[in-house]
Design a protein around this ligand. Structure first.
Ligand code: F6R
Length: 620
């Protein structure tokens, strides 16, 4: 959600800034702009539209620059337009600023600045910053002092970078929005996210909240907001530039779907070799005090969290998943034995961080399950578990969902092995259910070793061409309903989210048993029902399928290879290798990712950059 880039050092900065913006486009693609410092002072070039439009404008103007800042925007305040694009400047163009986040008190600041004679040219909250800085410069402050004073006036969340005329430094700070520093051999970088500068350096400093960075030709300097010098560790990331590039693929989404066997291998490496899950940072017994688990997450990560909570409940551990944007304002009661798990790929989702902060202020213990080392969630939670999926650039989350669920399955096994839960002594029992034969109410874990075959099984699904054929066959449907039960339910929700997000078609996910409680009224022969089967309690889902079938709806089943009865009952079938029902949802989901992908391809949608969306939603 809005991407910031900055570069100071030897040579021309412009090419690196434009590359950085292209690499950051997944964070926003409404407009893009750069401000570079050169012989003429500060030159700003910004355009509505994707970075290609900016590239053309920069080329036309023969722009050059020794250092500079850039921005790619996802609009919050003010529609996409040249005027609302960043960088923003003061009236004289002496100060140029890029901003990611939301300045909550911008209206009162604008009023105050207007009374002082400042005139604004955009509708954005961000434009107040260069004006605040300019006012301080006019009063005789140095650029650094002016920046500090201006930032002290801001309320809300922000990552900011600034250049000032006749000064060769870039000034930057963060508060509630991410900013990382890249340490290169011939220049240093600032960016919202590591992939922005991965082809220039893999050495990074994750700035702490309220750090202030000054970058110039000589190097970089870090201080606290109060001005005290601070040292921050330089870390080497294990992502490569190739990981964050499309290569031979047309879309990142397809590349990331295909990467799942490899990303799952990374997720599982060293963690699932023996009979018990081995999790770094969580030795046996370290989770024995946990009585109950509350997950907080958004979007796809919420679906992974739902999946995880089902796995825990099946192990007799009370667990629930809440949407982070709800928990933050209406939290679940917790105790000092509650584990609150924030599931977030980016580790920067504002809603999830808000929930994490609420939990951190409670007696509960907190854990971030995330893909990004050094992310805010990883740093703010009491503990972190990394899903190790590698960088995900496509806005639609794919490989990270699989790695999140696999990580949560391992965590569920660890919690169970540690004896987490309230326990029979306290009178807590799994209620008896009337499940189909072959299912048990309390599972001690996924069948030993099955998780190790997950990458190979996913590979089989990735290589199956079925979804592509069905996407074409059912391209004219009015609606697409996804249904499932148990772990198949979050997968149905995820299948529908992916489908609507990139095809813009009407798609909904339901608990299979819920169809008859209302949604069935919408089912016609033009409603495609995609039913997820996992090998557990499938008989019931088949009943629900028949309820829709009687209304003429075509049925696509997604289920285990050997499920002949289901295969015969449905119109089309996308099979996956037989596996433990607890893991079957991951395999089914890969078929659903492919179905959405091909359906979007047929419709010629902007698959990696769906309209109105951006990755890493850093505003609440
Ligand atoms: C959908 C998608 C989003 C994210 C959600 C949370 O494909 O990617 O729904 O899952 O915005 O993001 P993270 O996991 O970064 O917290």
């Amino acid at each position: 959600m809005c991407g910031i880039i900055g570069r100071a050092g030897d040579g021309d900065a412009l090419a690196s800034l434009l590359t950085g913006l292209k690499n950051l486009e997944y964070r926003g693609y409404d407009s893009a702009g750069v401000a570079v410092r050169n012989r003429d002072g500060i030159d700003v070039c910004k355009r509505e539209g994707e970075t290609d439009v900016l590239d053309a404008a920069v080329a036309e103007r023969n722009l050059t620059g020794d250092s500079g800042i850039g921005h790619t925007r996802w609009s919050t305040h003010g529609a996409p337009s040249d005027a609302n694009a960043h960088p923003h400047t003061d009236e004289d163009g002496r100060v140029a600023v890029v901003h990611n986040g939301i300045i909550r008190n911008y209206e009162s600041l604008r009023r105050e600045l207007r009374e002082d004679g400042h005139r604004f040219t955009s509708e954005t909250d961000s434009e107040v910053v260069p004006h605040l800085v300019a006012r301080e410069l006019d009063a005789g402050a140095t650029p650094e002092a002016a920046f500090r004073t201006a930032v002290d006036r801001l309320e809300g969340s922000y990552a900011l970078a600034m250049v000032v005329e006749d000064d060769d430094a870039i000034y930057a700070t963060r508060h509630g929005s991410p900013l990382v520093l890249g340490v290169g051999d011939d220049g240093n970088y600032l960016a919202s996210d590591v992939p922005a500068f991965l082809e220039f350096t893999d050495r990074v400093i994750y700035l702490e909240e309220d750090d202030l960075a000054v970058l110039d030709e000589e190097g970089y300097r870090l201080t606290t907001r109060g001005g005290e010098t601070v040292e921050r560790a330089v870390e080497t990331v294990d992502w490569t530039a190739g990981d964050a590039q499309k290569g031979v693929y047309t879309h990142f989404m397809r590349k990331e779907i295909d990467e799942q066997p490899a990303s799952l291998r990374q997720t599982l490496e060293g963690r699932s070799e023996g009979p018990e899950a081995v999790l770094e940072g969580f030795p046996p017994g370290s989770l024995s005090e946990v009585s109950d688990v509350v997950f907080v997450a958004c979007g796809t990560s919420y679906h992974a969290a739902m999946y995880g909570s089902t796995l825990l409940r099946r192990r007799g551990i009370p667990a629930t998943a809440m949407r982070a944007n709800e928990f933050a304002h209406d939290p679940m009661p917790v105790s000092d034995r509650t584990l609150v798990i924030a599931v977030t790929q980016s580790g920067e989702t504002a809603d999830t961080l808000a929930s994490l902060r609420v939990a951190n202020g409670s007696p509960a213990r907190t854990l971030a399950v995330t893909n990004v080392v050094g992310s805010s969630a990883a740093r703010e939670a009491n503990d972190a578990m990394f899903i190790r999926a590698g960088p995900e650039i496509g806005v639609a989350a794919t490989k990270t969902f699989s790695s999140q669920v696999a990580s949560l399955a391992l965590l569920a096994d660890r919690l169970y092995a540690d004896g987490a839960g309230i326990g029979a002594d306290a009178g807590v029992r799994m209620p008896a259910t009337s499940m189909a034969e072959g299912s048990s109410t309390t599972d001690g874990g996924t069948e030993a070793g099955t998780i190790r075959s997950l990458p190979e099984d996913v590979e089989t699904v990735v290589n199956d061409g079925g979804a592509s054929r069905l996407a074409k066959q059912y391209a004219d449907a009015d609606s697409y309903f996804f249904i499932g039960r148990g772990v198949g339910y979050p997968v149905a929700l995820e299948g529908a989210l992916k489908f609507k997000e990139i095809t813009y078609e009407h798609a909904e996910g339901f608990a299979a048993g819920e169809l008859k409680h209302g949604p069935l009224a919408l089912v016609t022969p033009s409603t495609v029902i995609v039913a997820v089967f996992t090998g557990r309690d499938d008989e019931r889902t088949l009943h629900n399928v028949r309820e829709a079938q009687t209304r003429g709806a075509p049925i696509i089943g997604v289920g285990p290879e050997s499920a002949t009865e289901i295969r015969e009952a449905v119109d089309e079938y996308l099979p996956f290798p037989d596996t433990d029902p607890e893991l079957a949802g991951i395999l089914a989901n890969v078929h659903l990712q492919l179905l959405a992908y091909h359906a979007a391809e047929i419709r010629d949608r902007a698959i990696d950059k769906p309209r109105n969306l951006a990755k890493s939603v850093t505003v609440e």
